[in-house]
Design a protein around this ligand. Structure first.
Ligand SMILES: Cc1ncc(COP(=O)(O)O)c(C=O)c1O
Length: 402
């Protein structure tokens, strides 16, 4: 039946890198590849209490958490999500807020709500693989705009817009970007919101990592600076990704189309985890302590990774010290090829994601994404040791075309 597979689904073939990274699931491999939150950061006991309480929430037709629910999500959770965004200075109302099945579903719905086949969406270069996939699957043509230490180069975007580029949307991870770890500078946030007004596109501001800041101070959400901004959030990095609870707050005109698409996709996000998330995120005193614990945990891991990199790979790799989130983005000096390095590293028992997974720019092949989230500090030190050994085996391989 292969000939029956749609063109759209055929376009989403698994990449060679993905196939290779399956090897990273071997327990003997130290994986710097995954985007999994720390096991120690998942508040299992608090979730157990929340689950017990959730099962006891009564509804008209039996426990609310075990019945069908509204497509938009449960009202108390929508209220809470909107209140949390308002507390960051952005306008938000429960009626503009939809609970989604992870923020990944939000990206899928937004792609389909905004894009007809061939419509342009601007992404940062490099950009989150899952967003690239969701937007491409919706038929969008991705237009990558260069990014640096301050995130998306809004001056370069402005030039492209002035030259005639007309995107439906610009997708950014403004805090601790996946994969580059960078944060969008304040003046660029303002520029982006202004450009959205001037050229009539939507900004998709995806913020799974903003709460995980362990250095520096927070910047205002892009949504606080303009009217054409959708902000996405998730419980995945705060509580647990297996809950599959995310959310988005959108300009009013987008809410009804998004809800219609969501209804067709899954009727609604599972009600039991929505109640669990509401219970935990609504418990402000507990949440403050929990988030402080996550920041300490990730700060120690980022420190361990960067310290080991300095010690063992300072000559071979350049990277930015992260201020939050889960990722360090490295560049192999002398343009060594991370795609070539990966199979060698796997033989040495360490995995990472090569930069080529996040960009079409051949220069990305000199880059690699290292996640410090799911390994302990001693494991991180060991992983860097293995990486250093594999780099010794790499020799002189350079990216094709460089
Ligand atoms: C930038 C970004 N957006 C969205 C997601 C998807 O998260 P969720 O578990 O909420 O679907 C991730 C997951 O790693 C991510 O890094």
């Amino acid at each position: 039946v292969e000939e029956l597979v749609s063109v759209r689904a055929r376009g989403l073939r698994s990449s060679a890198i993905r196939d290779l990274l399956r090897l990273a699931e071997d327990p003997a491999v130290r994986s710097l590849a995954g985007g999994l939150p720390a096991a120690e950061g998942i508040p299992v006991e608090r979730l157990r209490t929340a689950l017990e309480r959730a099962l006891a929430v009564p509804g008209r037709y039996g426990p609310t958490g075990l019945q069908y629910g509204p497509t938009e999500g449960l009202a108390p959770l929508r209220d809470l999500v909107a209140a949390r965004l308002r507390a960051q200075g952005a306008p938000a109302d429960a009626t503009d807020t939809i609970i989604t099945t992870g923020s990944q579903q939000g990206l899928d719905l937004l792609g389909r709500a905004l894009c007809d086949p061939g419509d342009v969406v601007v992404v940062e270069d490099p950009s989150y693989l899952g967003a690239r996939q969701a937007l491409s699957a919706a038929g969008a043509r991705l237009h990558a705009v260069t990014a640096d230490d301050g995130g998306l180069r809004t001056d370069v975007l402005a030039e492209h817009l002035a030259a005639g580029l007309r995107p439906k949307a610009v997708y950014v991870v403004a805090n601790f970007q996946n994969p580059a770890g960078t944060t969008l500078a304040l003046e660029r946030r303002t520029d982006l919101a202004d450009l959205a007004d001037r050229y009539g596109f939507v900004v998709i501001e995806d913020d799974p990592y903003g709460a995980l800041r362990f250095a520096g101070s927070s910047l205002p959400p892009v949504r606080s600076l303009g009217d054409r901004v959708v902000t996405l959030g998730t419980a995945s990095k705060l509580l647990a990704p297996g809950l599959r609870v995310g959310w988005l707050t959108a300009p009013a005109a987008l809410v009804a189309p998004l809800v219609r698409l969501k209804q067709a996709a899954d009727l609604h996000t599972a009600t039991l985890p929505q109640l669990v998330v509401h219970d935990c995120l609504g418990d402000e005193a507990w949440l403050a302590g929990h988030v402080a614990g996550l920041r300490t945990l990730y700060a120690a891991r980022a420190d361990a990774l960067c310290g080991a990199l300095r010690l063992r790979l300072g000559e071979r790799l350049a990277w930015r010290e992260p201020q939050g989130g889960m990722f360090v983005w490295g560049r192999l000096r002398a343009d060594r090829d991370a795609d070539v390095l990966l199979p060698i590293s796997l033989r040495h028992g360490v995995a990472f994601v090569p930069g080529s997974a996040f960009t079409d720019d051949p220069a990305g092949r000199a880059c690699l994404r290292l996640s410090f989230a799911s390994l302990t500090p001693p494991e991180l030190v060991d992983a860097v040791e293995r990486l250093a050994e594999s780099m010794e085996d790499l020799g002189d391989a350079r990216p094709a075309g460089s």
